[in-house]
Design a protein around this ligand. Sequence first.
Ligand code: ADP
Length: 387
Amino acid sequence: MEQVFDFFRRLGDTSDWPPRWYCGTWSDFHGWLYIVSDLTIWLAYMAIPLILLRFLFVKKGVPLHRVFWLFGSFILLCGLTHLIDAAMFYIPAYRINAVIRFLTGMVSIGTVVALIWHFKEAVGLRTSQEFEHELMFRQQAMQELSRSNRELQQFAYVASHDLQSPLKTIENYLSLIDVKYGTDMDENARKLIGVSTAAAGRMRVLINDLLNFSRVGSTVEFVPVDLNTLIQEIQADMYDDIQSSGARIQADYLPTLNGHPTDLKQLFQNLISNGIKYRRKNIPPILSLQVKEQTDYYLFSVSDNGIGIEKQYYDRIFEIFQRLHNRSEYYGTGIGLATCKKIIDIYGGKIWLESTVGEGTTFYFIMPKVIKTVHHYAQTYSLHSVN
Ligand code: ADP
């Protein structure tokens, strides 16, 4: 132990040894070959960590960057051992030399351990060629997906659009039969006509909802939409429901979003109309629309004091045609929340809810301040066509 204390106390002391030139017999050529070679190795070893450092600064997000740092330190210390070896020809700093070698040894072992530790991870890293292949594959899949999506959208649109006309005929003829022969028919026949008319009405709502659902995301031209005006419009459209239920709607001052007016209207209208529809008996609905501004997005919330939703259904209700009540309790098609989710997904946001059964529900959703759909990304980064 005494030797250790003595060693560090006299760390910079060079009086115990002669400079290396005077140890043994060096010819000038031999000595200078040694010195120049050591200095060359030191310079190269200094340059390597500097290049690595620059690489880490230029190329942000390099994987395994700690291994780079460790490897850089290892090379730097190796360089120092060569520098001190050259210096020893004039300054016999054997103790400092030993310390540098010790540090180099430790860092070398650390580097070996890190390399073995991260070997599998490093092997798993993709080369730029592999990335290129994956990108091509993804682009191909994306184009395939958007093609089949377009087809599906078109199919839903055409089917629901074309269904409207025969339905209109059925509705018209039913009302004609009722007007023309209503008085001649018995109670049972009139009931049958009534049930058929109601069913045709429900089908019309369903077709319209499906049409709206299939239209979401079909327009990519965005315009500034003042959400305060939009909410006023929705309230005007829902005037009858609001009056008959005695609903009160309180809204924060809302921002203007760059989006598609119909999408945004559907989103808010579905949430507001659900808040009114799923009210508790004899309790007038109170709805509150709030917004919190964050750095990159707005956090909206639509709360009601209605019947609430059990936790086990929090995900299910966003799926198309999923309803928690039958028609006799609350009328609906089960498309409203699926439409909201589709809009928010396309706009790059997120929707979720919190609810207490018998007290009310709050739907939250995030909307990025700069809304970018996949079409916008494709335009911005001009993804090349894959054939
Ligand atoms: P619809 O209202 O046409 O049935 P939605 O997709 O809008 O379809 O809603 C799906 C289901 O989620 C509804 O059937 C209802 O059970 C439930 N739900 C939606 N909003 C609310 C709400 N604010 N309060 C309670 N239940 C709700």
